[in-house]
Design a protein around this ligand. Structure first.
Ligand SMILES: [Zn+2]
Length: 433
């Protein structure tokens, strides 16, 4: 036996055992996720049930919410806004005086105990943002006086637009690039909000990512989560981890630790599936909806970091503020743009209509989950629609122009005006005098 072969025998045994283990695993339903350690370890341990690039939650942080919510209100928010299925019952045990919350996924994890407040004796939890009722009276004619707003222009745009799959091109027209369009709207919107008294910052002000990570640095992470391992599939997954996950996580750190706003506006243009970006499918409809945080699926509730974020969102009471501001913005935007509401299919597992409002939907997105303060996530227009595409291709302009037989403002100005006017009406009507 050659020394090489001698060395390879134990290797063959190991490979054989591994193949057998994989065979056994493939015959069983997927095992439940293993419990994760409680703490602040930024690196998920193997087998811990966390989202991609997610961090182990620091559960004691929820102690600031002890005695701040009644059982009735906790149960109402949880079941009508934050979850779409019943799996939460396996993780959150609502008892008479408090809730017992699983921190990991197995019996070994130590639960977190949240104490409910008796009715009318809710204590106030400290938080880093102010809701409308907590703002001081505004100076005359400045309904957004002193309000700290961060505008988050969705996607990265520029040289990254094709990689992030928010790019399409029709014939010899210039390409439609969502990340550049949202940045343009952000730059139109900022001075309008400042004129109303707000202190406004842009989460990004150029077509570049905030995260220092790049697809090349995420290949190992992609390999650990990939269901297939062809080089092309791994590359796509590493790219998605870059622009969809690492980038949003970097923006959240910037928003929560540096900007610390009272409100975040996430700007997007919606689209229907378009297929080949060089020869996109066009649709004949346009629509509007706004997204608020909520509607966690059973699979999401089972992930420790998402369950923790759900509870943080619920307990910090962002929803009531998002719903009030969202209703004013949606009503005003719909009135100015004439856009009909977008409807999710009945029984959708990842969306819940809010308060029966036709334009307001709860969905659990990385951005509206990770930003600490209330978030209004805009999804107007359909980029690959025969109604909106000619307006996008016309570019930005002042006043009205005849496009497809209709006198219309620039789509970018209509967007910025509708959003600014919706915010103005909300704060005029609801701010303390
Ligand atoms: Zn978008």
């Amino acid at each position: 036996m050659s020394p090489n072969l001698q060395r390879s025998v134990p290797l063959l045994v190991i490979l054989g055992l591994a193949a057998f283990a994989l065979f056994l695993r493939s015959r069983q339903p997927a095992p439940p996720p293993l419990p994760g350690p409680v703490g602040t370890s930024p690196v998920p341990s193997p087998g811990e049930s966390l989202s991609a690039l997610g961090e182990s939650p620091d559960w004691p942080q929820l102690n600031v919410y002890q005695n701040t919510i009644t059982r009735k209100e906790f149960e109402r928010l949880l079941t009508t806004v934050f979850v779409t299925g019943g799996a939460w019952r396996g993780f959150i045990d609502i008892q008479e005086n408090g809730a017992r919350i699983a921190t990991g996924s197995g019996p070994d994890s130590t639960p977190f105990h949240l104490r409910f407040a008796p009715p009318d004796l809710e204590e106030k939890a400290p938080r880093g943002w102010r809701n409308t009722a907590e703002l001081p009276p505004a100076r005359a004619g400045m309904p957004l006086d002193g309000l700290k707003i961060a505008i988050d222009p969705g996607h990265i745009g520029g040289a990254w637009a094709q990689l992030e799959e928010r790019w399409l091109k029709v014939g010899d027209q210039p390409p439609v690039c969502e990340g550049d369009m949202t940045l343009h709207v952000a730059k139109l919107l900022k001075p309008k909000l400042e004129a109303l008294g707000a202190a406004v910052s842009l989460v990004r002000d150029k077509p570049e990512p905030l995260t220092p990570l790049r697809p090349e640095s995420l290949v190992a992470e992609a390999r650990s989560t990939a269901s297939e391992d062809s080089p092309q599939a791994l590359q796509k997954l590493a790219e998605r981890l870059f622009y969809r996950t690492a980038e949003i996580r970097a923006r959240a750190r910037h928003v929560n630790q540096t900007l610390k706003p009272d409100l975040v506006l996430c700007l997007h243009f919606n689209a229907d599936p378009w297929g080949d970006p060089q020869n996109p499918e066009l649709v004949e409809r346009s629509h509007l909806h706004l997204l608020l945080n909520g509607a966690y699926t059973d699979e999401e509730v089972a992930l420790a970091d998402q369950r923790f974020a759900l509870l943080q969102k619920l307990l910090s009471r962002t929803h009531a503020e998002e719903a009030r501001i969202g209703a004013s913005v949606a009503n005003t935007f719909a009135e100015k743009s004439g856009l009909p509401p977008f409807l999710y299919p009945p029984g959708a597992k990842n969306a819940l209509q809010v308060d029966g409002h036709p334009y307001l939907w709860a969905r659990n997105l990385l951005a509206n989950r990770l930003y600490d303060c209330p978030v209004i996530f805009m999804e107007p227009y359909v980029m690959n629609s025969t109604i909106d595409l000619p307006r996008i291709q016309a570019g930005d302009y002042e006043g009205l122009r005849k496009i497809e037989g209709r006198m219309v403002p620039s789509i970018f100005r209509e967007y910025a005006d509708g959003l600014a006017e919706g915010l103005k009406r909300h704060y005029e009507n609801h701010r303390p005098r």
